[in-house]
Design a protein around this ligand. Structure first.
Ligand SMILES: Nc1ncnc2c1ncn2[C@@H]1O[C@H](COP(=O)(O)OP(=O)(O)OP(=O)(O)O)[C@@H](O)[C@H]1O
Ligand SMILES: [Mg+2]
Length: 261
């Protein structure tokens, strides 16, 4: 199994419930994310980033095209992908009536781990995220940063090969966000995960990802840049180019995505 994510001629059109007016959320996306890559997706609000994630985690079906991993589609083969794709959302989505430990073991129950292992694995991840003193605490007793750390523990404990983060750090203060983002990428890299991060913050994307995908609105690939290939001195120029691409909704030839063959 390669775990590469193949996105092929992906298109998603919603129909507004009341009026029936079609909304093109994804115009056309073609790209491949290789196993172990750390990719950031940037683009204007409403450009279809969350829609893309929802298809990737199997919650939505494409209107046309496909996302394939090992020849299967997450929306067609939901059970096969259970536990293989983890997501960290903007809201921590912890269950308020369960302790932190029980929030983390929940995901492990779902993948059928024996209770003793559920517990030891959950404890290990909560420990790694600096929450060992709070195993029995309830989410309402914790700060936003601590809750988001618990959400990271929950996502990583399942040991998915692919991790997605949708604006997962944007609501925290800058210092906390930087710290937790750092932990996220440290864990992604040390565990050899494939990661796709959606962010409004271009700095964050360029600082942390190996590769940047710039989505136009509606989603199509305007730029596909290997960040690490840019010498550090040229990174400010890269940032300006990407900003222009986002603003104008037009590709820049220097960093344009290649047309699919
Ligand atoms: N379930 C839905 N029904 C109808 N339209 C939808 C639905 N989900 C998303 N859309 C529309 O699809 C477009 C893309 O939305 P999406 O949430 O994917 O954007 P986004 O890039 O995640 O934006 P943001 O950066 O604000 O989170 C928007 O125009 C939105 O209104
Ligand atoms: Mg979104």
């Amino acid at each position: 199994m390669s775990d590469d994510i193949h996105v092929r001629a992906l298109r998603k059109v919603f129909r507004q419930k009341g009026s029936g007016v079609p909304v093109v959320a994804i115009d056309r996306l073609d790209f491949t994310v290789r196993r172990g890559e750390v990719v950031a997706i940037v683009g204007k609000t409403g450009c279809g980033k969350s829609t893309f994630f929802n298809i990737l985690i199997g919650l939505e079906k494409p209107t046309e095209g496909a996302i394939e991993i090992d020849g299967r589609t997450p929306y067609g083969d939901f059970d096969h992908f259970r536990g293989r794709i983890g997501i960290v959302f903007q809201q921590d989505r912890l269950l308020p009536w369960r302790s932190l430990l029980d929030n983390v073991t929940l995901g492990l129950e779902v993948i059928g781990l024996p209770p003793a292992e559920q517990r030891s694995r959950a404890e290990r991840w909560l420990h790694r995220l600096g929450l060992d003193g709070f195993l029995r605490a309830y989410p309402g007793e914790l700060s936003g940063g601590m809750r988001q750390r618990a959400a990271l523990a929950r996502a990583f404990a399942v040991n998915p090969s692919i991790l997605l983060a949708d604006e997962a750090f944007g609501h925290l203060d800058e210092v906390t966000a930087r710290q937790i983002r750092g932990q996220f990428f440290e864990m992604v890299r040390s565990e050899g995960k494939t990661a796709i991060l959606v962010t409004h913050q271009l700095e964050e994307a360029i600082d942390t990802a190996d590769r940047l995908l710039v989505f136009g609105r509606p989603a199509r690939l305007l730029a596909d840049v290997g960040v690490t290939a840019w010498p550090p001195a040229e990174v400010p120029a890269l940032r300006t180019r990407v900003q222009d691409v986002i603003e104008t909704n037009q590709p820049d030839p220097a960093i344009a995505a290649k047309e699919p063959s």
